[in-house]
Design a protein around this ligand. Sequence first.
Ligand SMILES: *Cc1c(COP(=O)(O)O)cnc(C)c1O
Length: 384
Amino acid sequence: MHHTSYIEISKSAYQKNIEFLKSDIGPKTEISIVVKGNAYGHGIENIVPIAEENGIRHFSTFSADEALRVHQVSLHNSQVMIMGMLDNSDLEEIIIKGISFYVFEFDRLEAAIETAKKLNIKAKIHIEVETGFHRTGFEWDDRDWLAKILKENTAFLEMKGFCTHYAGAESISNYVRVRRQIKEYKKFRKWFTANNLTFEKYHTACSAATLSYPETIMDMVRIGIASYGLWPTMETYMYRFQSLPESNKNPLKRLISWKSSVMNTKSVQMGEFIGYGSSYMAPRDMTVALIPIGYGHGYSRLLSNQGKVLIHGNMVSVVGTVTMNSIAVDVTDLESVQKGDEVVLVGYQEDKEITVASFGESTQQINYELLTRLPQDIPRRVVE
Ligand SMILES: *Cc1c(COP(=O)(O)O)cnc(C)c1O
């Protein structure tokens, strides 16, 4: 079946990103690749094998269902860690499969201990502490009770990690908040160590923290966006730009390209409106090409009269509104655009490029959002 668009994922780009990240992070720290949001839209089943080819043996997910998908496709018995949603009713399967998970509340902790007892298999847990993100994490005041439970149940628990998450390491505007979080985490860590509770891995850093706050690089870093070849924000890139070697000022390479093709073309007379409503009136006699992707495929409605695509190596503009399944683009100045011609929505065509970040400029849609909104059923193929 011919699909309306497809996505290519570049293996060689991935390899370059991992090389850069490894050199930046140093040899002592493990990289956990974050594959939540269907591996940031790339597909868990595509990314896990490529990551493993590059020596990665640790993956982080948001939820239990994603963790099971990683577990299933891993060829190297990689470790899998759930950072968010795990219903107590799924604990049994997760513990049997050896998947580790965050514990940030007593309810989950108690359920994990109960399940581990019943199965006679240790639950692999990461204790998450509240340092200022205010989403999940044990509070400072929980520490005595928490330590007591952990110590009483060492027979049923494997203390895999001690962690927190920063609230916005990608922007200097959060500098004070992040610094305070680093301090809070250190305080927690010191207290637990003093109370004879130690953990296999201390980990706090996401991509932005890793790239901008080197002291947050501990035993492990949890890298998402950077591994997919995107800077968390332009600011993170600007911050690092000076320190990048002259030979490698652009070390992160986008993996993804998103392509479609022209569905049909049409002539429109000056003064006619294109598409729904009256948001675009042809200012001259025009030729438009219809492309079979729309907001139903993750191409935001905010790109109405804003978006750009590449056809024949030229940047052309979306005219009129983005509909559920299609956009019209202005190809008046191109020669003989035909049904079936390649259309690039993200990526290169000849020497022109449409970046993921460019969507943020026209619609405030951040890198993360564009990628994770790409529907799972768009075919993805891995290319060199
Ligand atoms: C998403 C996430 C990460 C990775 O964030 P990036 O900015 O994509 O590197 C790390 N840790 C936690 C807890 C997360 O939710």
